[in-house]
Design a protein around this ligand. Structure first.
Ligand code: C2E
Ligand code: MG
Ligand code: MG
Ligand code: MG
Length: 289
């Protein structure tokens, strides 16, 4: 009887696992088609400086599946990361951004630093550095206007593997930012071994920053630490005026979040940039960044 139950159990898990594996395979297939059929677009979400001007943006990938409609990157990026598709997707994203930076440069649009998310595998497979070299040969852009966002986990695995690519990338004037900072297991020692320009405080601390004393302390501490290490700080996921005010009062350099704007297609982003350069913010403001 026990044997019987054990066998059922085994069959149950194996069925679940098969379903998961085939869902993964189906999505990988769809992602391959998406690359071929141009189903991705990039949205841009502004990063505002302390005077309420757009000085940066994060490029975020969007996928409109022909049958299933919009699929969130939170859903398909992890699938792409398990296969090697993330490498092609990453290259697509960076090429789009370089093209956009060139368009803006040639039309004298205000200079905006654009960050792209880079997955761990792109570094472990050493494809980012060479791809950036290719892109800069192809597109004559201001290299300092490109920034890479990586997570603490990506940073750690690279340090542990002695990956020196970041140092070369830094010498190419490309920025490096730690995304979702505070949620990973990065020991502070790692922060000094790499040329990091920016820490992005994770949204989970920002959510309750005005109501939870722990989150407020953590946020203030991250800002103070970043500044004393000569890094800039961005707060992500800022949704309310109260959060925004708290962050400005505590010297956060840049604000990103729905409070100002959602990620948008290029055309709307450009309109926002132009209108924000005339915008007056009724905030305690001062020049910086
Ligand atoms: P992330 O890099 O931490 O990006 C921030 C996410 O928070 C974005 O979700 C953005 O739309 C969302 N967000 C920004 N402000 C707010 C806010 O005020 N409230 C709320 N609720 N959300 C806000 P999105 O675009 O769905 O992307 C999710 C994640 O997928 C990203 O997290 C990133 O890890 C990954 N991702 C997106 N695009 C790419 C890409 O091109 N390459 C790679 N490797 N990963 C990407
Ligand atoms: Mg990011
Ligand atoms: Mg983030
Ligand atoms: Mg996040």
């Amino acid at each position: 009887q026990a044997k019987e139950a054990g066998r059922n159990c085994y069959m149950f898990y194996s069925k679940e696992m098969n379903e998961m594996a085939s869902a993964q395979l189906a999505m990988e297939n769809d992602l391959r088609n998406a690359l071929k059929n141009d189903e991705f677009t990039l949205y841009y979400q502004p990063k505002m400086n302390r005077t309420g001007k757009v000085t940066g943006a994060e490029a975020l990938i969007r996928w409109m599946h022909p049958q299933k409609g919009f699929i969130s990157p939170a859903e398909f990026i992890p699938v792409a990361e398990k296969s090697d598709l993330i490498i092609e997707i990453g290259q697509w994203v960076r090429e789009q951004v370089c093209q956009q930076l060139l368009i803006w440069k040639e039309s004298s649009f205000p200079p905006i630093k654009v960050s792209v998310n880079v997955a761990a595998k792109e570094f472990t497979k050493h494809v980012v550095l060479q791809h950036l070299i290719d892109m800069f040969l192809k597109y004559d852009i201001d290299q300092h206007l490109l920034e890479l966002e990586i997570t603490e986990g990506t940073l750690m695995s690279s340090v542990d593997n002695g990956n020196m690519d970041y140092k070369v990338i830094k010498n190419m004037n490309v920025g490096l930012s730690i995304d979702d900072f505070g949620t990973g297991y990065c020991s502070l020692g790692y922060l000094k071994s790499y040329p990091i320009d920016t820490l992005k405080i994770d949204k989970s601390f920002i959510d309750n920053v005005t109501t939870n004393e722990c989150d407020a302390s953590i946020t203030k501490t991250i800002i103070a630490m970043a500044h004393s290490l000569n890094m800039k700080v961005v707060a992500e996921g800022v949704e309310t005026r109260a959060q925004h005010n708290f962050l400005l009062e505590n010297n956060c350099d840049q604000i990103q979040g729905y409070f100002y704007n959602r990620p948008q297609e290029v055309k709307h982003f450009e309109e926002f940039v132009l209108s924000s350069s005339k915008l007056k913010v009724d905030m305690p403001v001062e020049e910086s960044v």
